[in-house]
Design a protein around this ligand. Structure first.
Ligand code: SF4
Length: 446
């Protein structure tokens, strides 16, 4: 039996797709092993959001070569679609598959598809325009929470972003198929470890659109979450990230009264300056963002709101950055994900002036990381004393285990194997020196 190992870089969507491709190999009789267990085949799923991501891919190829110099190395994912020849030139790489080909990897390896049929040689990456298929994907048994892909690709023109070039046009599955996948996850979990939480993932999931069929109209993300809320066997659904202009009143109101959708919204802002938002070609202005935050907090005062923000985008003057800082500082949000702008090939942002010196990008990033810690602490303090349900995860550090509440408070408790993947109702007591929230241990008894 041939042994295959996977390594995933990047986002939840990549993890869902790697896990799905892994199951395809197992169904064909391959044995899935860890990277250091001398596999015959190494499959590396790549990211290309930053320059650093490319470097990481090269490092992992070297690792694979060190583990098994005769191993077959196949590269898939966003970097593979954007720079296939650059990767094929990395010593040790045997095959590079683009977005349209990655789900056919097993056929290539099983000789069902001869390289000649796929444009010959080791690079099998069609132009992104040909990546029009949609492949159902979800992660399973790799982590406590399952990532379920509901949408792929993106039609937005954001000036700094290469994802549309790596993943193609926005496309989704039907609501019926997504619900079917959720039932599969609930069922498959039942034998091994019941899956308690599904995280909906994609590239621009708010752009979900179930194709109209048999006379029924197109259905959107709002209809999708309504259907998923009825799936028995799954305790929690979490929306991974949603664009502010696609986060409608209906979606917010639905989550506020839903049975299974948790009060946690991760909403990319990118800048708090309308001038910079225009340069980024974002589809909203900061007023809409503030109004969305207020809507959420009105209906769910305990809701967690996470914010993506980019520092150092071309055209971000010192004044514009301070505008962003002030805007975030006065918003009732819970934490920030801070990204430092990095030049990406073939993006419109490369033509925007002035360019922000790297040293200033670093300084601005530091300031927002400090602000994020301040916001997170204030949010956690507001939750102390409350009773919440925590899903405990399986990683252990210094005899402690961790988990998340519905509203994304990171909780810590003494390690107890019986708590792994368990939902426990606990009282949040205090914030420890590591910034994690402790719970009343007596409530953890079985
Ligand atoms: S919405 Fe913008 S930033 Fe997000 S994936 Fe699409 S183009 Fe990139």
């Amino acid at each position: 039996m041939k042994k295959v190992a996977f390594y995933t870089l990047g986002c939840k969507l990549n993890y869902a797709e790697t896990s799905t491709i892994g199951r395809m190999f197992e169904q064909r009789g391959y044995q899935k092993v860890d990277f250091n267990q001398n596999p015959d085949i190494f499959i590396i799923n790549t990211c290309s959001v930053t320059e650093n991501a490319d470097k990481k891919c090269r490092k992992i190829v070297r690792e694979a070569q060190a583990v098994n110099p005769d191993g077959y190395v196949a590269i898939i994912g966003c970097y593979a679609q954007l720079k296939p020849q650059e990767i094929a030139d990395i010593p040790g790489v045997d095959a590079v598959l683009g977005a349209a080909e990655k789900f056919r990897l097993i056929d290539l390896l099983d000789g069902f598809v001869k390289p000649a049929q796929l444009q010959g040689g080791r690079v099998f990456a069609s132009p992104i325009e040909e990546a029009t298929e949609y492949h159902v994907s979800y992660s399973l048994n790799d982590r406590t929470r399952t990532f379920l892909k509901v949408q792929d690709g993106c039609d937005y023109p954001c000036a700094y972003c290469t994802i549309p070039l790596a993943r193609g046009k926005s496309r989704s599955d039907t609501i019926a198929n997504v619900v079917q996948a959720a039932h599969e996850i609930a069922a498959r979990g039942r034998y091994a470890e019941a899956v308690k939480e599904i995280v909906l993932t994609g590239v621009n999931i708010g752009d979900f659109s179930s194709p109209a069929h048999e006379g029924s109209p197109k259905q959107g993300f709002y209809e999708l979450i309504q259907a998923l809320d009825e799936v028995e066997g799954i305790a929690r659904f979490r929306i991974s990230s949603i664009e502010p202009n696609l986060l409608t009143d209906d979606i917010i109101a639905f989550v506020a009264q839903s049975k299974r959708f948790v009060p946690h919204f991760h909403v990319p802002l990118q800048s708090g300056s309308n001038k910079v938002l225009a340069l980024m070609r974002r589809r909203y202005r900061r007023e809409l963002y503030a109004e969305r935050v207020q809507k959420i907090k009105t209906l769910m005062p305990h809701a967690c709101i996470g914010v993506d923000v980019i520092v150092g985008h071309p055209g971000e003057t010192k004044e514009a950055f301070l505008e962003t800082y002030e805007f975030l500082n006065q918003l009732d949000i819970s934490y920030l994900h801070v990204f430092t702008y990095s030049e990406r090939p073939n993006t419109a942002a490369l033509d925007i002036k002035p360019v922000v010196p790297v040293s200033q990008r670093v300084d601005r990033s530091k300031m927002l990381h400090i602000l994020s810690e301040k916001k997170r602490r204030a949010f956690y303090e507001a939750q102390l004393g409350k009773v919440q349900t925590v899903l405990f995860e399986d990683d252990v550090q210094n005899g402690q285990m961790q988990g998340f509440t519905q509203n994304y408070v990171r909780v810590t408790a003494k390690y107890d194997p019986l708590l792994i993947n368990e939902l426990k109702t606990v009282q949040l007591t205090q914030i420890n020196a590591d910034g994690l929230v402790e719970v009343a241990e007596e409530m953890l008894v079985h």
